[in-house]
Design a protein around this ligand. Structure first.
Ligand code: NI
Length: 133
């Protein structure tokens, strides 16, 4: 897509904050930082507007808690149409890391994520909110 240039007027302190963002997040330049902020805002809008989105649910738990795995699987079957893939990694003798790739209406993905993360025995859980495009 063709690049368009435009002038931006910003207060000095805001420009400093933009440059801090560029430095801290290792963007090559201000344009890339602005692209990042626009796409981040668009993703937030999609999630708030209950649009079709994609993401990942990350869970860390102790695999010795058998009841937890059964409950987690039951919930995942209830929402099977949202789940694209499940990756299970054995972190060490006790701990498992599960990454569940999901796609669907944001409210449904949040419901699935909330139910999984709330299970007793989950040590850490997080929903990574991204977009389909
Ligand atoms: Ni495991």
């Amino acid at each position: 897509m063709a690049l368009k240039r435009f002038g931006v007027s910003l207060e000095e302190n805001l420009l400093c904050e933009l440059d801090e963002l560029v430095t801290n997040q290792k963007f090559p330049n201000r344009s890339q930082a602005i692209r990042f902020l626009i796409s981040k805002e668009k993703v937030t809008e999609k999630w708030n507007g209950n649009e079709e989105v994609a993401g990942a649910i990350v869970l860390v738990y102790d695999h010795h808690k058998k009841d937890l795995q059964t409950k987690s699987t039951d919930i995942q079957h209830d929402f099977h149409d949202l789940i694209l893939s499940v990756q299970h990694v054995h972190l060490d003798h006790n701990n498992c890391l599960e990454t569940i790739a999901v796609k669907g209406k944001s409210s449904q993905l949040k419901l699935l994520s909330d139910q999984l993360i709330a299970l007793k025995g989950i040590k850490h859980g997080k929903l990574v909110m991204s977009a389909c495009s």
